[in-house]
Design a protein around this ligand. Structure first.
Ligand code: NAD
Length: 401
């Protein structure tokens, strides 16, 4: 059995090592938040696509431990191999299953490419066997590429502005240097390809596959996640290539509502979530600096939430209330409401031009950003002896396929 002392090794916006016990602690921390919430009228049979890290993992934890749901989760993670630790999502899921078993919650996980027909097939079988039907489908994939299941063609998503170059402040999170960056605009098929990967097409394919096999319960709901953010990030997010993909996701929600879900009395929603440190968001230029400033302000105003608090609020105060689901005029659920509060954004606008390398730690919560980033990989948890050897080969009980 491979054991090792594991220390963080950060390379740019990724940490290439992970700590199994730390990842488990991260999951337990989120479970504790969800359990306290005791969400009423929550869906009891939930499928989460993209269930191993970030918002998808928090959705699964909130549904299971906050709402008592049995869950099927799909993700793409790497197990431990030749002394190299598994990816964080692997260890997270192992810990999720262990805790679910203790609470007698059914849980099945499928590891593989969610864009492929093969993984959809395996998931449909798992849903059939474990849940019978689903009441809620959460679509929370964040992927840099997608292989089209029909043609085999590989599409790559890019994070670029559209139309004109975008010059803005950013932070090199490794070197702790605040500097200006100019991002060249999308060219060629960049927009089309990003829509192909991060747009709504695959969400629709999942919903069609579930419907075709009668796996969507009456009144089934489905969620996909999006982000809008303030003007300072619009050129790289809302108006950029990823924003075009998110617009396509919104279009898909409307299509699902008018076609596939209509006769079931079901509903599709795009939930606009808060900017948070995840493996996906740390790869977006400018965003880590914005998040560092945002955390400082939201923590000072006691408005700060992590993924799990957001997902608990999504279920408890949006999806599972007695009345209609509260949305904005475009039909979107808004969990970015606290982030986008006038006083919060006014404070961001005031701090943004002042930030430089020297005052980064004083004026922003860069320390908090770094701490959260390392937590994603299982580092920085109290009660864990990081000098001790740990078992790296942790099985996921409940993994099929
Ligand atoms: N992080 C933010 O600030 C933020 C804010 C608002 C909305 N969102 C949205 O939330 C969603 C999830 O993002 P996140 O930040 O939680 O990302 P993340 O990187 O933490 O999670 C991505 C998940 O997708 C899975 N995945 C990736 N490629 C896959 C594949 N081919 N097959 C199966 N699984 C695959 C991963 O295993 C993981 O479970 C995205 O739609 C993102 O745009 C994120």
């Amino acid at each position: 059995m491979p054991t090792a002392i594991v220390k963080p090794k950060v390379r740019g916006f990724i940490c290439i090592t992970t700590h199994p016990q730390g990842c488990a602690a991260h999951v337990r921390e989120q479970i504790a938040v969800a359990e306290k919430a005791k969400i009423q009228n929550a869906p009891k049979r939930v499928l989460v696509v993209g269930a191993s890290t970030g918002y998808g993992l928090a959705s699964r934890i909130a549904a299971a431990f906050g709402g008592g749901a049995d869950t099927v989760g799909v993700f793409f993670e790497r197990p431990c191999d030749k002394g190299r630790p598994a990816t964080a999502g692997w260890y997270n899921t192992a810990a999720f299953h262990e805790a679910a078993k203790q609470k007698n919650l059914k849980a099945v996980s499928i590891n593989g490419d969610a864009f492929s027909d093969e993984i959809k097939r395996k998931t449909l079988d798992a849903v059939k066997e474990t849940l019978g039907q689903v009441d809620l489908v959460v679509y929370s994939l964040a992927s840099p590429r997608r292989t089209d299941p029909q043609t085999g063609e590989v599409y790559k998503s890019v994070l670029k502005p559209v139309g004109t170059p975008f010059t803005a402040k950013t932070v090199d999170t490794d070197k702790e240097i605040v500097h200006e960056v100019t991002l060249e605009p999308a060219e060629g098929d960049d927009v089309k390809n990003t829509v192909k990967v991060m747009g709504g097409e695959d969400w629709m394919l999942w919903m069609q596959a579930l419907k075709n096999e009668n796996l969507l319960a009456k009144g089934a709901q489905t969620l996909a996640y999006s982000y809008i953010g303030p003007e300072v990030t619009h050129p790289i997010y809302k108006d950029g290539t990823i924003g075009q993909a998110k617009a396509d996701v919104e279009k898909t929600a409307h299509e699902l509502n008018t076609s596939l879900l209509a006769d079931l009395g079901g509903k599709a929603f795009v939930s606009v979530n808060k900017a948070l440190v995840t493996q996906a968001s740390s790869a977006i230029p400018v965003v880590p600096l914005y998040i560092s400033i945002l955390y400082k302000i939201m923590k000072a105003k006691a408005l700060h939430e992590g993924c799990i608090e957001q997902m608990v609020r999504l279920l408890a105060e949006r999806l599972c209330t007695d009345g209609a689901v509260p949305t904005d005029p475009e039909g979107r659920i808004r969990l970015d409401d606290w982030e986008m509060k006038d006083d919060v954004q006014q404070a961001v606008r005031e701090l943004w031009p002042q930030i430089d390398t020297e005052n980064l730690r004083a004026l922003s919560d860069f320390a908090g950003y770094q701490k959260e980033f390392l937590k994603l990989f299982g580092f920085g948890f109290e009660g864990i002896d990081y000098e001790k050897e740990v078992e790296l080969d942790v099985p996921i009980e409940g993994l099929v396929g």
